[in-house]
Structures are given as structure tokens and as C-alpha cells.
Write a new protein. Structure first.
Length: 456
């Protein structure tokens, strides 16, 4: 009875998103002195910091085949001497939506129907037809970047802008990107169809096991607040890249060890953008602001209140937070004082760990951002593709869009891609049998309803 009772309780809820994943241990080595822009100690040149990385798909459940089209999660936990920093992002540099309040609805639309339990393009294109800012991300996901050949041959992106603070309290905004030393390789539709169920995990584990340790360069882009007014988009809009802003290499990461136990490490790893270290802070990015709460909260639900005491999540630096009790608590506190302030056990808060102040000449409001420019970067992405990759993108997108039964939804979606690039939209219209005259009317309707929003 004891064995059965314990067996009945041995599963934890799978992640709401990013359920299908695999991880590896490694080390990050700082290669450049960036003390002028951040006081984060892990960036001292030559300094090595242990890391744990989890790669994943976003929408599909934990038992799904790894070749299904999806953005790929690229989450890195740095065990720094100032605490843990989690750089939680994707292989793609942008995201579908720019406001966290839409995230549950988007995931509902992308997940299986609550009636049929089947993923249905009718549902998610219905959502995206009312979400034009997703055009850039959809172009990326339906390209072959949505089906990487291996996790080793995939770049990573922090996606959001972050605020960096140096020792003087001076601030600058930054975006981070991982560049694969192995190059970027993807699969087309025919290759995915013949891929094995577990091919991404098998490749990663196999190559590390053979000593072929994959390496990524960490790059950073920086912009000052004074440069923002010159942009034709909002720099805190995560549906946009900072195109034309140069990258600078600041470190490199090598993955060199497979976890000894999948559950202990890959499944129980708890990543959250709220895990920051001094010198790296959150920006006003609306999606990031929502993730600061949601990611930590989902881990508390999934693993428990003491998730951060697990070996895979526990910082190497000592932590004083006055937490106590709860399921699986094993902090082994030896002090009677689990509160602050306390005259019997004096403690202080270091001013270095406060969020850095910065001025914003603005009025706080709940209005949508003004500079939407929903289509320009999707067009730039399309035009940068090679001819075969353009053809694959149209084929991949048409495959799902042709399932949609609503002529209105199909026409609106094609009109978004047409506004990104006329060739892109025209080829897609032909592939899904939408008359170009209908597309033109939809474009005119959009521009009439959204004057001055950067429609191409």
C-alpha cells in the first residue's frame, strides 16, 4: 500500500509551456571587460561561471515528437557568485505579442481545442488575424527556423531589452544573443517528416557523450535611452529586433555534461526572468514585466514553494530571505531570527542591490504603445532569406492556413504578409487560393483603421 500510495504521487504537473525539453550542464567564460555598462560580477574577463541550459519546444506536451514546428526555448541559468541569473529566451529574436495580458489567450488558441483536444489552425489563425504584431514572429516560425536540425546548431535570444547598470549607477539598455559556433542548421518539411521522435535530445546527449562539446558566443547590443526617439518602433516592444544595432561578444559558453538524472535536473529546473543579479535589471518591456511574475509563480505551482532549494536551482551564493517551512523544506536554518529587521540579529540591506533609478519623461497610462510598425521587420526577414527558404516558408505557412475554413481569417492573414512584402503576400495568396483583389481590400481596410502605424 505504501508503494502504491507513493507511486500515485510521483508525478509533478508538466510545464504549461515549454513542457518538452532537454538540458545540459556547462560553463560560461567572460571574454570582454564590460564594467563600463554593468557591474555584474560574472562578466569579469576570464571569469568562469557554471551554467545549466534547458532547450525546449513551447506549445507541445512533454511526450510530443521533437520535430514539431515551434519556437525553441533556450534558457540559461548562471550560478554566479552574486546569485543566479536566468537568461530565459528562445531561438528566435522576437515574440508573437507585446503585452503579457494576451499570453494566456494566445496559448489557449495554440493549444488543443477544449472540445476536440486537437490543435486547430482555425483557432490560432483566428487569434492572430486580430493580432497583426505577430506577423514578424509567424514569418520566423513558419520558416525553417521553426524546425532546427539540432539544439547545437541553433542560436538563442533573450528577446527582451534589459537595463544594465554600472558601478557608478549609470544605465544603458541591452539585448542578449547566443551565436552557435556550430552554425545554424534547420530541417525542411520533408526532412522533419523522417526525423526520429527524440532526435534533438539524442543528438545533444550523443555529441556531448563523444566529447564534441557545443559552444555558443554570448553577444550584447546596447542602446541609450536618448537613442530611442529616433526609432520607428518602441524599443521595449518584443515583437521587434534592434536591427542595425551592432553586436559585441562578451563571453562564450560550453556545454560539457549530460545530467545524471533527467527529472532531478531537466524537469525540476526552474527558470524565471525575475532571477537577476546586481548590474542586470528589467526594462519596461510589457511582456517581460508579466514574465517577472508568471515564470516564478508557475514554478511554485509546479514544483512547490521551496523549488529554489533544489540542487539544480539553488544559488551558489548564500541566500538570506527569511523563508521557512513548506513542503520539502530543507534549508537547515540554525537561527531563531527569521524576520527583518531584528535587534537581536542585526542585518542590513546593501544599497548596491537596489534597482537603479532612471528618469522617464512620460505619463503612466494603460494605452497600447504608439509605434507599432507591425510589418516592416517581417518583410526584411523575408527578403533576407535564400530563394529555397522563401519557398519553404510559403509552403509551411500555406499548409496550416489552408486548413482554415473562414475566408475572412485567411484573407486578413494574407494581407498582413502582403504588407510585410508584396512578393511574400502574393505567393501566399496563390498558395491558399485567396484572390489578390480581396487582399488589397483588406490592406486598405487595415490602413484606414490604423492610420500612421507604419503599415507598408
Amino acid at each position: 500500500m505504501e508503494k502504491l500510495a507513493r507511486f500515485d504521487r510521483e508525478r509533478v504537473p508538466e510545464r504549461v509551456v515549454h513542457a518538452r525539453g532537454t538540458g545540459a550542464h556547462g560553463v560560461f567564460t567572460a571574454t570582454a571587460d564590460i564594467s563600463s555598462i554593468t557591474g555584474a560580477s560574472l562578466f569579469m574577463p576570464g571569469k568562469q561561471t557554471p551554467v545549466f541550459v534547458r532547450f525546449s519546444t513551447v506549445i507541445h506536451p512533454s511526450g510530443s515528437p521533437e520535430g514539431m514546428r515551434d519556437p525553441r526555448g533556450f534558457a540559461t541559468k548562471f550560478y554566479t557568485d552574486q546569485g543566479n541569473w536566468d537568461l530565459v529566451g528562445n531561438n528566435l529574436p522576437i515574440f508573437f505579442i507585446r503585452d503579457a495580458i494576451q499570453f494566456p489567450d494566445m496559448i489557449h488558441a495554440l493549444k488543443p481545442s477544449p472540445l476536440t483536444n486537437k490543435q486547430d489552425p482555425n483557432r490560432f489563425f483566428d487569434f492572430f488575424s486580430a493580432t497583426p504584431e505577430a506577423t514578424n514572429m509567424l514569418a520566423h516560425v513558419y520558416s525553417n527556423l521553426g524546425t532546427p536540425a539540432s539544439y547545437r546548431t541553433m542560436d538563442g535570444n533573450g528577446v527582451h531589452a534589459f537595463k544594465l547598470v554600472n558601478a557608478k549607477g549609470e544605465t544603458v539598455f541591452a539585448k542578449f544573443r547566443w551565436i552557435s559556433r556550430q552554425g545554424v542548421r534547420n530541417l525542411n518539411g520533408a526532412q522533419v517528416a523522417t526525423a526520429t521522435w527524440n532526435y534533438l535530445t539524442d543528438d545533444l546527449y550523443g555529441e556531448i557523450g563523444k566529447g564534441n562539446f557545443p559552444v555558443w558566443d554570448l553577444m550584447v547590443q546596447t542602446m541609450s535611452a536618448s537613442a530611442f526617439a529616433k526609432l520607428d518602433y518602441n524599443p521595449f516592444d518584443d515583437t521587434k529586433e534592434w536591427l542595425g544595432v551592432p553586436f559585441r561578444k562578451i563571453g562564450e559558453m560550453t556545454l560539457n555534461k549530460v545530467p545524471t538524472n533527467f527529472f532531478d535536473y531537466t524537469e525540476q529546473s526552474a527558470f524565471a526572468p525575475a532571477n537577476l543579479v546586481p548590474g542586470i535589471e528589467a526594462s519596461p518591456d510589457r511582456m517581460l514585466q508579466g514574465r517577472l511574475f508568471s515564470y516564478s509563480d508557475t514554478q511554485r505551482y509546479r514544483i512547490g514553494a521551496n523549488a529554489m532549494q533544489l540542487p539544480v536551482n539553488r544559488p551558489l551564493a548564500s541566500v538570506v530571505n527569511n523563508y521557512q517551512d513548506g513542503q520539502l523544506d530543507h534549508a537547515n536554518r540554525a537561527s531563531d531570527v527569521n524576520y527583518f529587521p531584528a535587534a537581536t540579529a542585526a542585518k542590513s540591506t546593501d544599497a548596491r542591490f537596489r534597482a537603479a533609478p532612471y528618469g522617464i519623461d512620460a505619463t503612466v497610462d494603460a494605452k497600447p504603445i504608439a509605434k507599432t510598425n507591425n510589418f516592416a521587420q517581417a518583410g526584411e526577414f523575408y527578403r533576407a532569406l535564400k530563394p529555397q527558404d522563401k519557398a519553404d516558408l510559403v509552403t509551411n505557412l500555406a499548409g496550416d492556413l489552408n486548413v482554415v475554413t473562414s475566408a475572412r481569417t485567411k484573407t486578413i492573414m494574407v494581407s498582413y504578409f502582403y504588407q510585410a512584402d508584396k512578393d511574400f503576400g502574393t505567393r501566399l495568396a496563390t498558395a491558399v487560393n485567396v484572390p489578390i483583389a480581396d487582399v488589397s481590400r483588406a490592406v486598405a481596410d487595415y490602413r484606414a483603421a490604423n492610420p500612421g502605424q507604419g503599415a507598408r
